[in-house]
Each structure stands twice: as structure tokens, then as C-alpha cells.
Design a protein around this ligand. Structure first.
Ligand code: NAD
Ligand code: DAU
Length: 342
């Protein structure tokens, strides 16, 4: 099987490239990535001499780049991870999100039809469902109600993928996953940001009252689910993926502080994110029933392994947090006032 993985230099994409090369000896992987601030070829260190792997630089939003990557290659599938992924950035400027997440998805769908790529797997998110109250879970039939610009672009891509299946008979599958964590996650996201700040004795900025809740899944377990969906799911199917581990942010932050041996006095409650979804929780009965998927790692063990990875990779951390990141951090957190209700 020959697959094109888009966004394979990012966090989950690079884990997925590693997962497929390790677990599926019959699979060849081409990694197609624009190398934005979030894409880092260091995430793929060690694969340089792997004959079943190659890297192609290009943007999913460019017909020309995608055409060059696909022409004459006879890919069996595209797995689309490429995206602008950070909610806070989408609140400042949504245009790059529309280009990559929406236009890019359509460029890939058109290219699949043109080049006879059999399967298109759209890697989507629980955020397309919006927010939950204190109880309940999202199922695959929950209404699509995105609340932030990032989520709206991901929902748009889901609709375009669905339409390509319904109108043109393209073999599309969509996965909607909850919050991932693990090695290679860019330190703008909650868990790596808190680990990196704590290690440098910097304040840990918790939005609002810290009781917003996310359902956490180790990225490697997300990869095993995508692999199953890629190979076994029926055309047009949608699968929720999650860790069954919904934890309020403040508890995650306190757990991380304990793991790195730093005091809770580093915590700062800061002004909330606008439109901040209160709670996500995923019902994953469908993927367990149809494909036999379950996460293999407990939240606590995976969090410990993740902290160890960031401790063991100070050079990766330092490079990720240099340059553009410093400007971003100053803009996002520099003048953020304390939370009213924190
Ligand atoms: P990331 O931000 O770490 O990586 C995104 C990658 O996409 C980077 O390598 C970047 O260079 C690449 N990219 C961006 N624009 C591109 C373009 N125009 N053309 C080609 N490549 C481009 O993202 P992530 O957290 O690994 O997320 C990967 C996918 O999984 C995204 O589609 C995201 O919506 C989805 N997802 C993420 C999570 C999560 O918790 N991180 C959960 C559910 C779903
Ligand atoms: O749910 C899946 C989604 O998870 C993915 O689709 C997104 O690509 C991914 O970025 C992630 O979105 P979130 O907004 O949930 O992740 P983030 O790590 O930005 O924030 C997690 C929670 O922590 C959220 O409630 C906001 C809060 N937070 C985040 C940051 C960066 C803070 O309290 N302080 C922070 O500094």
C-alpha cells in the first residue's frame, strides 16, 4: 500500500508516519508538508535512510504542488493531517486556516478523483461538534456546531469530504478525535506549553477558571485508530476517536507540575479564550464495535512518558521555542490580564 500523508512533519502526522513504518511493513509513505511554523523535519529524525519513506515539500492549498506530488505515483490513499491547528491563532487571523483547512481539503479531494486515489481519509476533530454541558458525550450523529474559527474550517472540510463521497462516489472516511498529547507536539498547545514553562520556572497561564474540560488521548493511540479506519472502514463512514479521559485543565496542569517537581505557585489564571468550549467528551462505541479499537495507553502512563520525552529533548524544545514562537508568545500572553473568576 502506498500512502500520501499530508502534514507529516507536524505533531500527529510525524507520529503517524513513524507508526505506519513500524507497524505496517507493506506500507510506503510519502510525507507532503509545507513546513509552516508547526512543521519540523526534526520530528522525523532517523528516517532519512528508510527506503519506504520520502519527504515532498509543498502546500495542500496549491493545485500545482499537489499535482506534482501525485502525478504518476499511483497512491492508494491520502491521509490528510495538514492543517492550521491552533484555536488561539485562528481567533487572530482565520485566513491561513481557510486556505489550508478548507481550500487545501478540496484541492486534495479533486486530486484524488483526477488521479484515481482510492481512499481519502480526513483527519478531523471533536471541535466540530461544539461544546457540551456538564454531562453527556458527542456521538457521530451529534449536530455539527463549531464555535471557533479553527473548528469552523475543520467542519467545512468534513462537509466537503462528505459531499465528494455523496456526489462523486469518492471513497472518503472521516475521523473526529479528541485532544492529543505526546512527543513532538508544538509547545503552543496546553500540555507541552505547561511542561516547557514549568521547566523554565515561568508562569503557567490557565485560561478563565481552569475548569474547561478536554478528553485526552495519547497520539500513538490516535495513530492506531487512523490505521484501522484507513484499512477497514466503509466508504463514507465517520468515526469518533477519544481517550475516555475528560479532565479539567487545572487538574492536568497540577498533574504536570507534580511530574516535573515544580510548585503550584507557578499557576496564573489569565483572561479566558473568547468562545472557549466548556467541555468535550467522546463516545467511541462505533469504532470499538466496528473495528475493535481501544486506546492502549493509560492517561497517567502516557503523560509520564510525554514529560520524559520533553525532558530528554531539550534541544528540540529550545528550537521550537525560539524565533517566531517568542513573538507569538509575547503577543498572546504578554498583556493578557488576570482572570476575573480564576
Ligand atoms: P500541527 O500543527 O502539529 O501540524 C500541522 C502540520 O501541517 C505541520 O507539519 C504543517 O507544516 C503542516 N501544514 C500546515 N499547512 C500546510 C499546507 N498548506 N500544506 C501542507 N502542509 C501544511 O497539527 P497536529 O496537532 O499534528 O494536527 C494534525 C491534524 O489532526 C490536523 O488536521 C488537526 O486538525 C487534527 N487533530 C488534531 C488534534 C490535536 O489534539 N492536536 C486532535 C484532533 C484532530
Ligand atoms: O479537541 C481537539 C483539538 O484539540 C484539536 O482539534 C486542535 O487542533 C488542538 O489544538 C486542540 O484544541 P484545544 O483548543 O482544545 O487545545 P489547546 O491545547 O490549545 O487547549 C487545551 C485547553 O487548555 C483549552 O481548554 C484551552 C486551555 N489552555 C490552553 C493554552 C494554550 C489554557 O488554559 N492555557 C493555555 O495557555
Amino acid at each position: 500500500m502506498r500512502i500520501l500523508v499530508t502534514g507529516g512533519a507536524g505533531f500527529i502526522g510525524s507520529n503517524f508516519v513513524r507508526y505506519m513504518l513500524k507497524m505496517r511493513p507493506d506500507v510506503e509513505v510519502a510525507n507532503f508538508d509545507a513546513l509552516t511554523y508547526a512543521g519540523n523535519l526534526e520530528n522525523l529524525n532517523g528516517l532519512e535512510n528508510e527506503p519506504r519513506y520520502c519527504f515532498v515539500k509543498g502546500s495542500v492549498a496549491s493545485d500545482e504542488d499537489v499535482e506534482k506530488a501525485l502525478a504518476g505515483k499511483a497512491f492508494n490513499a491520502i491521509v490528510n493531517f495538514a492543517a492550521e491547528t491552533h484555536v488561539d491563532r485562528s481567533l487572530t487571523d482565520v485566513r491561513p486556516f481557510i486556505r489550508t483547512n478548507v481550500v487545501g481539503a478540496q484541492v486534495l479531494l479533486d486530486a484524488c478523483r483526477k488521479h484515481g486515489v482510492k481512499r481519502f481519509l480526513q483527519v478531523s476533530t471533536d471541535e466540530v461538534y461544539g461544546s457540551l454541558g456538564p454531562t453527556g458525550e458527542f456521538t457521530e450523529s451529534s449536530p455539527i456546531q463549531p464555535n471557533n474559527p479553527y473548528a469552523a474550517t475543520k467542519a467545512s472540510a468534513d462537509f466537503l469530504a462528505r459531499a465528494a463521497h455523496k456526489s462523486h462516489g469518492l471513497d472518503v472516511a472521516i475521523t473526529r478525535c479528541s485532544n492529543n498529547f505526546g512527543p513532538y507536539q508544538f509547545p503552543e498547545k496546553l500540555i507541552p506549553l505547561m511542561i516547557a514553562n514549568a521547566l523554565e520556572d515561568k508562569p503557567l497561564p490557565v485560561y478563565g477558571d481552569g475548569l474547561h474540560t478536554r478528553d485526552w488521548l495519547y497520539a500513538w493511540d490516535h495513530c492506531s485508530a487512523i490505521d484501522l479506519v484507513l484499512r477497514l472502514a466503509a466508504p463514507g463512514s465517520v468515526y469518533n476517536i477519544g481517550g475516555h479521559k475528560d479532565v479539567p485543565n487545572i487538574e492536568v496542569v497540577k498533574l504536570l507540575l507534580k511530574l516535573v517537581g515544580k510548585p503550584e505557585s507557578l499557576i496564573r489564571f489569565v483572561q479566558d479564550r473568547p468562545g472557549h468550549d466548556r467541555r468535550y467528551a467522546m463516545n467511541c462505541d462505533r469504532i470499538r464495535r466496528d473495528l475493535g479499537w481501544l486506546p492502549a495507553h493509560s492517561f497517567e502512563d502516557a503523560l509520564r512518558a510525554t514529560v520524559k520525552w520533553y525532558l530528554d529533548n531539550p534541544a528540540w524544545r529550545a528550537r521550537a521555542r525560539s524565533g517566531e514562537y517568542q513573538r507569538y508568545y509575547e503577543k498572546m500572553y504578554g498583556r493578557r490580564p488576570p482572570a476575573k473568576n480564576g
